[in-house]
Ligand binder design. Structure first.
Ligand SMILES: NC(=O)c1ccc[n+]([C@@H]2O[C@H](COP(=O)([O-])OP(=O)(O)OC[C@H]3O[C@@H](n4cnc5c(N)ncnc54)[C@H](OP(=O)(O)O)[C@@H]3O)[C@@H](O)[C@H]2O)c1
Length: 347
């Protein structure tokens, strides 16, 4: 089959992915073999391209956000049938979806209804899972799906005492889905940050109650909007540079959930307020032995939300065909740091 692969880590201006013939994937017992129809492109994947090389003599196939059709079902892959339309992520230690077919653990796959196009479905898994896990910390992990019937203090998945949330980078994939999940599942006030007219408008359409500019005086803008402090900041971009004003706007014993931590972060500004720091890596369930099946349940809820209109898919750019040119364009967009919504390549 054809796949986009590379050998050595490289920068964008030396883009070296090539469309090559590779062996067909060999599914494991718990795998689905999926014919890929669309892939979402994420900043994290471009970061891997810049930093991770294959073993000597080997090659890497990235891409862990896809929609497609099930072509074969492993003996332990329960709940799926050949022909099912599906979306999912994958395991970044294995080959990804920038290929005609991929082999993927069924626990990180969900069926999608006919009404959801492949391109729209491919925009949801990574941003949706990341936002869900960063916001609704323990809901699925502890099996508490009862709207707090067991009285453990959660409310629609948000921890007790979280009523005002600021989302930094509201127009990106994670920020857009976080806004929609919060507005459709909780009663929290949501303020998003965006620095341009188009990204501001996108955040408002996603449901943000107010939008402030992260390149300006955020605490001042929040005060002008009648919000003195927030209970939770979900930071999806520029966390290390923004940490000063993030600490300023958080209430004492507030929460910072950060999804872009890949270098040093000065925690000093948070300490005086006894802030809880939540890190989030969407692949930690695989990498660290967490509840992988819980991610499949979240994906199924995202698909149901999309069909019911509770969340809108994020696809803003659809590039046609899996080729070096479309993938290079997608990487350029992802690395610009100015993406609104999600870039998708449709096969
Ligand atoms: N932890 C995980 O598992 C996980 C999963 C998915 C993504 N991520 C990471 O999360 C980050 C966001 O990814 P994404 O796909 O949601 O969106 P993205 O495409 O990286 O986000 C772009 C948005 O960020 C805003 N932005 C850029 N620089 C900013 C800054 N310094 N301060 C505040 N906002 C800024 C931009 O808004 P304006 O154009 O309005 O300025 C733009 O709308 C990436 O670093 C990605 O690698 C992590």
């Amino acid at each position: 089959m054809k796949a986009l692969a590379y050998e050595k880590a490289h920068p964008l201006d030396a883009f070296a992915l090539e469309l090559v013939d590779v062996a067909e994937p060999r599914p494991r017992d718990a795998d689905l073999l999926v014919g890929v129809r669309a892939v979402g492109i994420n900043p994290g994947e471009t970061a891997i391209r810049r930093t991770r090389s294959a073993e000597p003599g080997g090659r890497l196939i990235l891409g862990w956000e896809f929609a497609g059709v099930v072509e074969a079902v492993g003996p332990d892959a329960t709940g799926f049938a050949v022909g099912d339309r599906v979306m999912g992520t994958g395991d970044m230690a294995r080959d990804g979806a920038w290929a005609e077919r991929l082999s993927v653990d069924h626990r990180v796959v969900a069926r999608i209804p006919d009404r959801l196009s492949f391109s729209d479905a491919a925009s949801l898994p990574i941003g949706g899972l990341t936002a869900w896990e960063a916001l609704f910390r323990d809901r699925d992990r502890h099996g508490d799906r009862d709207g707090d019937r067991d009285g453990d203090g959660d409310r629609d998945g948000l921890a007790a005492g979280i009523d005002r949330v600021l989302i930094v980078g509201g127009a990106g994939g994670v920020g857009t889905l976080a806004t929609q999940l919060l507005k459709s599942r909780t009663s929290a006030l949501v303020v998003s940050t965006a620095s341009r007219p188009a990204s501001r408008e996108w955040c408002t359409r996603a449901g943000a109650d107010a939008v402030v500019d992260h390149t300006g005086d955020v605490p001042g803008q929040l005060r002008d909007a009648g919000v003195d402090r927030v209970d939770l900041v979900l930071s999806t971009a520029g966390t290390s540079g923004n940490i000063g004003w993030i600490a300023e706007i958080l209430r004492p014993f507030g929460h910072l959930a950060a999804v872009d931590l890949n270098g040093p972060l000065d925690l000093g500004p948070l300490v005086g307020k006894s802030v809880s720091l939540h890190t989030e890596t969407v692949f930690s369930s695989f990498m660290a032995g967490g509840d992988v099946a819980g991610q499949g349940r979240i994906l199924a809820e995202l698909a149901a939300d999309a069909v019911a209109g509770r969340i809108r898919p994020l696809t803003t750019t659809v590039l046609g065909g899996l080729s070096v040119d479309t993938m290079r364009t997608a990487h350029e967009l992802a690395e610009s740091g100015r993406t609104i919504g999600k870039t998708v390549i449709a096969m």
